[in-house]
Write a protein that binds this ligand. Structure first.
Ligand SMILES: [Zn+2]
Length: 230
C-alpha cells in the first residue's frame, strides 16, 4: 500500500478519496474536506476536481466545484436506488445502478421504476447474475449511441439510460429511438457490460478502459453492429 501510494498521483488519491467517501456515507466529499485531507489550497483542490471531471471519473455540477456524480454514485436523489446491506445509495442511471454489483462484488438490490408507466422495478444481483428481476421482462434501455454519451454526461445519465418494465412499454415511450440508435439490455448483460468499466473503481490506479478495449469487450459480449461503435 505504501509503495503504491508513492507512485500514485494526487488526482488518483483524490479520486479514491471521493469514492471511499461516497461508499461510506452515500454522499461525496466537499472541497473543504479534500483541502483538509490532502493539505491543499482551495484552488489546488478545485483544479484536481476539474482534472477528474475532464478525465470522466466524476462530473461536477455545472459552474461549481460540487461533485454531482462519481460513476456510479449520484449525489442527488434519482429514480435508481441501490441497497447494499444496511446502506442505501442513489445511482446516476439504470446502468450505473446495476454496475454497483460489478464495482463491489457484493449482493445488490436495485429499486427503480418503469420510465414509461412508473411501475416499480426490483432487481437483485448476486455472484455475477441478476437472481431476481421483477417484472421479469425488465430491460435497461440506452437511448443514445455510445458516441453521444459524453456530449453531456449529466443529461445522458439523467434522461436516456432508464429501465422499462417491458419492450412494449419501451415502444410506447417518447424515449423510444430507432433500433440502430439505441440498445435494450437484460440486467445480466448490463452486469457483464459493466465489469471492465466498474470492476476496479476502488483501485488507486483505476483507469477507464480505452476505445479499443471497450470495442473488444462489446464484441466479446456479442454487442456488434452500427450501435456498438465508438
Ligand atoms: Zn411501464
Amino acid at each position: 500500500m505504501t509503495d503504491a501510494a508513492d507512485t500514485t498521483t494526487l488526482a488518483q488519491r483524490v479520486r479514491r478519496f471521493i469514492f471511499d467517501t461516497f461508499l461510506e456515507r452515500s454522499a461525496p466529499p466537499v472541497v473543504e474536506e479534500v483541502m483538509t485531507a490532502f493539505g491543499l489550497s482551495r484552488d489546488e483542490t478545485i483544479g484536481v476536481f476539474r482534472e477528474l471531471d475532464a478525465a470522466r471519473h466524476i462530473a461536477l455540477v455545472k459552474g461549481t466545484a460540487r461533485i454531482l456524480m462519481a460513476f456510479p454514485f449520484a449525489a442527488i436523489a434519482t429514480p435508481f436506488r441501490v441497497t447494499i446491506g444496511d446502506r442505501e445509495y442513489f445511482a446516476n442511471c439504470a446502468w450505473d445502478a446495476v454496475a454497483f454489483h460489478a464495482m463491489l462484488g457484493q449482493d445488490v438490490r436495485v429499486d427503480s421504476f418503469c420510465h414509461h408507466c412508473a411501475e416499480p422495478i426490483a432487481i437483485e444481483l448476486s455472484a455475477g447474475h441478476a437472481v431476481r428481476v421483477e417484472p421479469a421482462g425488465t430491460i435497461v434501455y440506452l437511448a443514445l449511441r455510445p458516441t453521444e454519451w459524453w456530449e453531456n454526461i449529466t443529461t445522458t445519465c439523467a434522461n436516456t439510460m432508464v429501465f422499462f418494465a417491458s419492450t412494449e412499454h419501451r415502444d410506447a415511450s417518447d424515449l423510444c429511438a430507432p433500433p440502430e440508435q439505441a440498445a435494450s439490455l437484460t440486467p445480466d448483460l448490463t452486469h457483464a457490460l459493466s465489469q471492465p468499466i466498474y470492476g476496479s473503481k476502488f483501485d488507486l490506479d483505476y483507469q477507464r478502459p480505452g476505445r479499443d478495449a471497450l470495442l473488444a469487450h462489446f464484441a466479446a459480449l456479442g454487442l456488434t453492429g452500427p450501435y456498438w461503435t465508438l
